[in-house]
Ligand binder design. Structure first.
Ligand SMILES: NC(=O)c1ccc[n+]([C@@H]2O[C@H](COP(=O)([O-])OP(=O)(O)OC[C@H]3O[C@@H](n4cnc5c(N)ncnc54)[C@H](OP(=O)(O)O)[C@@H]3O)[C@@H](O)[C@H]2O)c1
Length: 366
């Protein structure tokens, strides 16, 4: 441990095993601490055997900054004594902090992240501000012009299972979207094996719990609008589409993604319809998924005949994958489930932090 005064880190590090014992305390700040993803990051960091919270920040609007943690998140009472303060980039630097998590709106991250990189910090951004390699795509999908080309160029897309080597060395990790994580993990093995008849097209039907929309007020998210309801939204326009196309190497006209809002707090279920390009047996498909994720501790592949569901992943950091095959017609349906705040956001961000600082990727997550 090379951090003076990191007593908590020293104590807890000594209790951990293997690689974690040889590492050092990771000093972590969270911007967006009052939000849903911020809450999940704080929860995971507070119990992580090798992390220490240094700063918690939010917009400071409506008196939200300068509040105690339990005021914003009653469930976190007693988990950290770090107060929530208004975002102040000048307070963040290598003397106090190793990594800053940004769980803020895209525009806030877009503005703030380059300055923190210049200050010598490593950043894990959970917004979409650094996910797309094409800066010109931001006006269409995100509604703002991208002006941080250098940071965008160096950002590594933080889909841990696909980009581990780049993530280890990255200064800026752009954490994937929640829907995108569920879909990319389901399709990447099939597409990389070249098993998919792409000309027929791929259809993804995804459903998310209401925490996916964040904590801000919106009429569409009132209890009465969400409860006992299920609605489609963002048809052909959802912001996660371009990062899925980018990560999977697909053409837009061959990929249809429709998200739905479910009356549950957390969780995403994606049902993905694919035509194979030659006959396969179910055992072959299961074996291919198992081989692809053999070294991935946070992806659970189900045996043929069993299907993932939201209750199995809510509150966890796993992605669960299952499938059904109609061998005669070469139609395959893959079902993918994760927690939008877990593997879909904070869990994957901590998984990436673990790689960046030399820990086993599942440290503090299982
Ligand atoms: N929710 C999910 O399932 C999910 C999954 C993956 C990725 N994400 C992404 O993660 C980010 C956070 O999402 P969320 O659901 O946690 O949103 P949220 O609940 O609305 O929280 C947003 C946070 O950002 C802060 N913030 C807003 N404007 C700010 C500013 N100008 N300066 C500093 N802080 C500011 C807010 O602080 P105040 O409370 O003080 O306004 C709050 O702490 C978003 O980019 C979202 O797209 C969300």
């Amino acid at each position: 441990v090379d951090i003076p005064g990191a007593t908590l880190g020293e104590e807890t590090l000594a209790q951990t095993t293997g690689r974690a014992r040889r590492g050092r305390v990771v000093r972590a700040a969270v911007a967006g601490a009052t939000g849903y993803v911020g809450r999940e990051l704080i929860t995971l960091l507070a119990r992580h055997p090798a992390a220490r919270l240094t700063h918690l920040m939010s917009s400071g609007r409506d008196g939200k900054g300068s509040k105690s943690l339990e005021h914003s998140h009653p469930a976190l009472r007693g988990k950290s004594h770090v107060p929530i303060q208004p975002l102040a980039l000048e307070e963040l630097g290598p003397a106090t902090t190793d990594v800053v998590f940004f769980a803020t709106p895209h525009e806030t991250s877009h503005h703030a992240v380059p300055e923190l990189l210049n200050r010598g910090l490593r950043v894990i951004d959970l917004s979409g501000a650094f996910r797309l390699k094409d800066a010109g795509a931001y006006s269409r999908w995100y509604g703002f012009e991208h002006h941080a080309g250098a940071a965008l160029n160096e950002a590594v897309y933080g889909l841990t299972e696909l980009n581990a080597e780049e993530i280890r060395a990255a200064r800026l990790v752009s954490n994937p979207g929640c829907y995108a994580t569920s879909v990319i993990l389901a399709l990447a093995p099939l597409l990389r094996a070249k098993w998919v008849n792409e000309t027929v097209g791929i259809i993804c039907d995804s459903k998310s719990g209401a925490s996916g929309a964040g904590r801000g007020l919106s009429e569409k998210l009132h209890y009465v609008e969400v409860n006992e309801n299920c609605r489609a939204y963002g048809l052909f326009t959802h912001r996660h589409v371009p990062e899925m196309l980018q990560a999977l190497g697909l053409e837009e006209e061959r990929f249809t993604f429709t998200p739905h809002l479910l009356p549950v707090n957390r969780g995403i279920l994606s049902t993905i319809y694919v035509r194979l390009n030659e006959p396969r047996e179910a055992a072959e498909v299961e074996g291919m998924f198992r081989d692809f994720y053999a070294a991935a501790p946070l992806v659970r592949v189900y045996e043929h005949g069993a299907l993932p569901e939201i209750q199995a992943v809510a509150g966890t950091n796993y992605t669960d994958l299952g499938f059904a095959l109609d061998a005669a017609s070469e139609r395959l349906i893959v079902v993918s489930a994760l927690d939008n705040l877990g593997k879909g956001a904070a869990g994957q961000a901590i998984q990436n932090m673990n790689l960046m600082f030399g820990y086993a990727e599942e440290t503090g997550l299982v």
